[in-house]
Design a protein around this ligand. Structure first.
Ligand code: F58
Length: 812
C-alpha cells in the first residue's frame, strides 16, 4: 500500500477489471474477448489519463496561485520513451493492472508494446532530460520541460545487407494519447524582416517589421511523480502557419504561395536532426532553436506577469531557466529582448535579471560539436536577437578590456562574436549564473581546457553535477524480478524517491551464496528473455549460458565500437587457430544508430554485421562465440537489454565521453563495467572499488599529452603486435566474405588513429581475457555484480536533481 493508494479514488483489481472491460467495449464496439490489442491499449491509456488529468489540473491550479520557484528545462530533445507503464506504476497500479489483465485473459506486455516509442532525441542528452523530469516529479519539485513536438522522431534503423538503412519515424500516425493540445495558448514567433528604430514617448524603440510570423501551438504531456500527487508538464511546441485563412485565397497564384508558406512554417517542427556528432549549421536548425526558446519564454513571462500584477519584478527569484546544452542559448538574448524592448527595463537591470535566471549545462568537449552560427545567417533570420547579442558582446568586451587590459589574447578568445561567427557556448556562459559539466572529469576538462579562459574570470560560476538515470524506469520497471528480489532481501526503502543509496545494505549479502544464486537466476531469466527477442527478430540463436557482453549507444568513433569489433576478430582468429583450447563462451551484443551522414560510423556498423554473419554461421563457434547487432536501439529495446548484461562496455577514448549514462543503467542491473577511465566510469570505479570494475587503456591525461605533441605513431604499435597486424590485414584482404573496409584501415594506420584504437588494443585484449577468466568463478563474479548494484544508488537522477536544486537552482 502506498500513500497514493490511500486516497479516496482507490483503484482495486475488481474495479480496474470492470472499468477496463467497459472502456474497451465502448471504444471498440466489440466484446472484450473479440477486441484487438490496439483497442485494449487505447482503453488502458484513456483510463490512465482520466486518472492523471484531475491531479494534473490540481497541480496547475496550485502552480498558478502559489509562487514557489519553478524550473524550466529548455532542451531541443526529450527522449521520453514509452509512457504507459510508467504512468501505471506512478499511479500505484503496478500490481493491479498486470494481475487484472491476466485474470481477463490478456497479456500486459503485448498491450504495452502497442505504444509507439516516441524518439524525440538522439541519445544521452535527450534521455537525460526525460530522467530529470521523472526525478523532479518524484521528488515533488515543480520542474517542467520545454521543447519541440517533432512530427518525425529519430529515424528507425533497419539493417539491410549488413548496412544501416534509415526509415522515417511517423510516430504520430495513429495519434498520441498522452498529449493535450492547447491552441488557446499558442504564440507567434517572428523570423526575418528588419528592425527600425523610432522615438516613442522619448524612448528609443526597436520595431521589428516585415517579418514572417509562425504560430507555435503547445501540446502538453503530463509528467507524473512516483506514488505522489505531483504532475508536472512537458510542453512541446508544434509549428503552424499563422493564418490558415491564406489557404482560401481565391486566385491560384496566391493559393500556391499560401500553401508554400504553410509548409515552410510546418517544416520547423517537421523533423528531429539525426546527428549526434559535429555541428550542422543549417538554417532550419537555427529556426528550430529560436522557435521553442521564443515560444517557451513567452508563456512563462505571461504566466509570471499574471501572478505578479503585470510586472516581471522578482522574476529571477521565482523562475529558473535551465539551458540544456547550447541549442537553447538564445534564451539569453530573447529574455533581454522581452525585458528591454517590451517591458521597459534598463539594460543593466535586465542583464542582472537574465543572468540570475539562467543556468547552463554543457554536454560535450568535442570541438566539432560546439555550435557556432555564421553572423549573416543569424542577422538575417533573427535581426533583433543578433543586435542584442552584439550589444551583450560589446559591453562584455568593454568590461573585460577594462578589468584585464593586459589579457588581449584572452579577451579576444572569449568573445561571443569572432571570425564571423556567433559562439553559442560563450553566449550561454556569459549569460548564466551557473555552468556545469556532467561528470567530475568532464567538469575538470571544462575548467582547465575547454572553457579555461571563462573559468579564470568567473570561477564561482563553475559546478559539477554528475549525471544520473531513473532507477524507476531502468531498473524497477525494466527488471522487476531484480527489484522484487532486492525488496525481499533488504526491504523497499531504496525504492522511495531520493533513497536509492539505501541499496548499500545489499553489500552485506555480497558473499551470501543463497542471495548470489537467486541473483544469478534473475540474470539468467533476463538473458533468456533477450535471447528470445534476438531469435524472433534476427533469427540468431545465442547461448544464454555464455557471458553477455554488451555495448549499446550511438555509433561514434570516440565511443570505439571499432575497438570491440577488432577484438572480436582477434578472438575468432584464436578460436580458428586452436579450436580445442579452453574457451569461455561469450555473446557480444551491439546496438546503436549512426547519424545518416556519418560514413565512418556506418562502416563500423557494416563491419560488425559482416563479422557477426561470418562468426554466427561458422560451426566451429557454435555455443562458444556469437555476435549480434540488434537493430533500432531505442528506449524500449534498452529496457530489455540492460537487465540481461553481464559486461557493460564503456570504452571511449579517455577524455571524450562527457559522462555516459548507459554505464549507470547497466550497473544498477548488476553488469560489471569494462571501460576506460573516462566520464562517469571514474566515479563508478570510485564507488564500486577497483576489484569490481575492469579498467584499461590510456588515461585522459595521457591522451591529452599525446595530442599536444601531435598524436602518436599507430604504425609503431602495429609493428609490435602480429595479432593486431593480422586483424588489420583482414579488413582489406577480402577475408571478410569479400567486403573490404579501407576507410577504417586508412584512418587507423595511415591517418594516425585519432581515437587511439590501436594504442589501447593490447590492454583491451588483456582485460577482456581477465574478465572471462574471472567469470568462471561464479562466487566472485556474483559478488562483483552485487557490489555494483549496491553502489549504484548515487547514480540515480534523484541525486542529480537534488544537487541541481541545492547548488544551482536553490529551491527551498
Ligand atoms: C551526451 N551528449 C554525452 N548529445 O555525449 C554523454 O557523455 C552524456 O552522458 C549525455 O550527453 C548526457 O549528459 C549527447 O547526447 C547529443 O546527442 C546532441 C543532441 C543535439 C545535437 C548535438 C548532439
Amino acid at each position: 500500500m502506498n500513500i497514493f493508494q490511500e486516497t479516496e479514488n482507490k483503484m482495486t483489481k475488481e474495479k480496474f477489471k470492470r472499468d477496463f472491460k467497459k472502456k474497451v467495449e465502448e471504444l471498440s464496439s466489440e466484446k472484450l474477448e473479440n477486441s484487438t490489442t490496439k483497442f485494449q491499449y487505447e482503453a488502458l491509456a484513456q483510463m490512465v489519463m482520466e486518472n492523471i488529468n484531475p491531479i494534473w489540473a490540481e497541480n496547475r491550479r496550485l502552480n498558478r496561485i502559489n509562487t514557489d520557484k519553478q524550473i524550466y528545462f529548455f532542451s531541443i530533445e526529450f527522449l521520453i520513451g514509452r509512457l504507459l507503464r510508467l504512468y501505471i506504476n506512478n499511479l500505484g497500479w503496478e500490481d493491479i493492472v498486470p494481475d487484472g489483465l491476466e485474470e481477463l485473459g490478456l497479456d500486459y506486455d503485448n498491450i504495452l508494446a502497442c505504444e509507439h516509442d516516441p524518439a524525440l532525441g538522439n541519445g544521452g542528452l535527450g534521455r537525460l532530460m526525460a530522467c530529470f523530469l521523472d526525478s523532479a516529479a518524484a521528488l515533488d519539485f515543480p520542474a517542467h520541460g520545454n521543447g519541440i513536438r517533432y512530427k518525425y522522431g529519430l529515424f528507425q534503423q533497419k539493417i539491410v545487407n549488413h548496412e544501416q538503412v534509415e526509415v522515417a519515424d511517423n510516430w504520430l500516425k495513429h495519434g498520441y494519447p498522452f498529449e493535450i493540445r492547447q491552441p488557446e495558448k499558442s504564440v507567434v514567433v517572428k523570423y526575418g524582416g528588419n528592425v527600425r528604430t523610432e522615438m516613442v514617448n522619448g524612448k528609443l524603440t526597436f520595431i521589428h517589421e516585415n517579418y514572417e510570423p509562425v504560430l507555435a501551438v503547445p501540446y502538453d504531456v503530463p509528467v507524473s511523480g512516483y506514488h505522489n500527487k505531483t504532475v508536472n508538464s512537458l510542453r512541446l511546441w508544434d509549428a503552424q502557419p499563422v493564418d490558415d485563412f491564406d489557404l482560401n485565397a481565391f486566385n491560384e497564384g496566391h493559393f500556391l504561395k499560401a500553401v508554400q508558406s504553410k509548409s515552410q512554417a510546418e517544416s520547423i517542427s517537421q523533423v528531429l536532426y539525426p546527428s549526434d556528432h559535429g555541428f550542422e549549421g543549417q538554417l532550419l536548425r537555427l529556426k528550430q532553436e529560436y522557435f521553442f526558446v521564443c515560444a517557451g519564454l513567452k508563456r512563462i513571462v505571461r504566466r509570471y506577469k499574471k501572478q505578479h500584477q503585470g510586472s516581471l519584478d522578482g522574476f529571477s527569484d521565482k523562475i529558473c531557466i535551465h539551458i540544456n546544452d547550447t541549442h537553447p542559448a538564445m534564451c539569453v538574448p530573447e529574455f533581454m529582448r522581452i525585458l528591454v524592448d517590451e517591458e521597459n527595463y534598463g539594460w543593466d537591470e535586465a542583464w542582472d535579471m537574465t543572468v540570475k535566471s539562467m543556468s547552463f549545462t554543457n554536454h560535450t568537449v568535442l570541438p566539432e560539436a560546439l555550435e557556432k552560427w555564421p553572423v549573416d545567417m543569424m542577422q538575417n533570420l533573427l535581426p533583433r536577437i543578433y543586435m542584442i547579442i552584439e550589444e551583450i558582446n560589446r559591453r562584455f568586451l568593454e568590461e573585460m578590456n577594462g578589468k584585464y587590459p593586459n589579457e588581449e589574447a584572452r579577451n579576444y578568445n572569449i568573445s561571443i562574436i569572432k571570425d564571423g561567427q556567433v559562439h553559442m557556448a560563450h553566449l550561454a556562459i556569459i549569460g548564466s549564473h551557473s555552468v556545469n559539466g556532467v561528470a567530475e572529469l568532464h567538469s575538470k576538462i571544462l575548467r582547465e581546457e575547454t572553457f579555461k579562459d571563462f573559468y579564470a574570470i568567473y570561477p564561482e560560476r563553475f559546478h559539477n553535477v554528475t549525471n544520473g538515470v531513473s532507477q524507476r524506469r531502468f531498473m524497477m520497471a525494466a527488471n522487476q524480478e531484480l527489484k522484487n528480489l532486492i525488496c525481499d532481501t533488504i526491504g523497499d526503502k531504496w525504492t522511495q524517491p531520493g533513497q536509492m543509496e539505501a541499496l548499500k545494505d545489499l553489500e552485506k549479502y555480497a558473499s551470501d551464496s543463497d542471495f548470489q544464486k537467486q541473483l544469478q537466476g534473475v540474470k539468467y531469466h533476463n538473458k533468456e528473455r533477450l535471447a528470445k527477442y534476438i531469435k524472433e527478430h534476427l533469427n540468431v540463436t545465442v547461448n544464454p549460458h555464455s557471458i553477455f557482453d554488451i555495448q549499446v549507444k550511438r555509433i561514434h568513433e570516440y565511443k570505439r565500437q571499432l575497438l570491440n569489433a577488432l577484438h572480436i576478430m582477434h578472438v575468432y582468429n584464436q578460436l580458428c587457430a586452436n579450436p580445442n583450447a579452453d574457451f569461455v563462451p561469450k555473446t557480444y551484443i551491439f546496438a546503436g544508430k549512426a547519424a545518416p551522414s556519418y560514413y565512418f560510423a556506418k562502416q563500423v556498423i557494416k563491419l560488425i554485421n559482416v563479422i557477426a554473419d561470418k562468426i554466427n554461421h561458422d560451426p566451429l563457434t557454435k555455443d562458444k562465440l556469437s555476435v549480434v547487432f540488434i537493430p533500432n536501439f531505442n528506449v524500449s529495446s534498452a529496457e530489455l537489454i540492460y537487465p540481461a548484461a553481464e559486461i557493460s562496455e564503456q570504452i571511449s577514448t579517455a577524455g571524450k565521453e562527457a559522462s555516459g549514462t548507459g554505464n549507470m543503467k547497466f550497473m544498477m542491473n548488476g553488469a560489471v563495467t569494462l571501460g576506460t577511465m573516462d566520464g562517469a566510469n571514474i566515479e563508478i570505479a570510485e564507488h564500486v572499488g577497483m576489484d569490481n570494475i575492469y579498467t584499461f587503456g590510456l588515461s585522459a591525461e595521457e591522451v591529452a599529452n599525446y595530442n599536444h605533441n601531435g598524436g602518436y605513431h599507430s604504425v609503431d604499435v602495429l609493428q609490435q603486435n602480429p595479432d593486431l597486424q593480422k586483424v588489420m590485414n583482414q579488413l582489406i584482404d577480402g577475408s571478410l566474405g569479400g567486403d573490404t573496409f579501407h576507410t577504417i584501415y586508412d584512418a587507423l594506420v595511415l591517418n594516425n588513429d585519432t581515437y587511439f584504437v590501436l594504442k589501447d588494443f593490447a590492454s583491451y585484449c588483456d582485460i577482456q581475457d581477465q574478465s572471462s577468466r574471472d567469470y568462471l568463478n561464479h562466487h566472485s563474479w556474483q559478488k562483483k555484480s552485487i557490489m555494483n548494484i549496491a553502489n549504484s544508488g548515487i547514480f540515480s537522477s534523484d541525486r542529480s536533481i537534488a544537487e541541481y536544486q541545492k547548488d544551482i537552482w536553490k529551491i527551498k
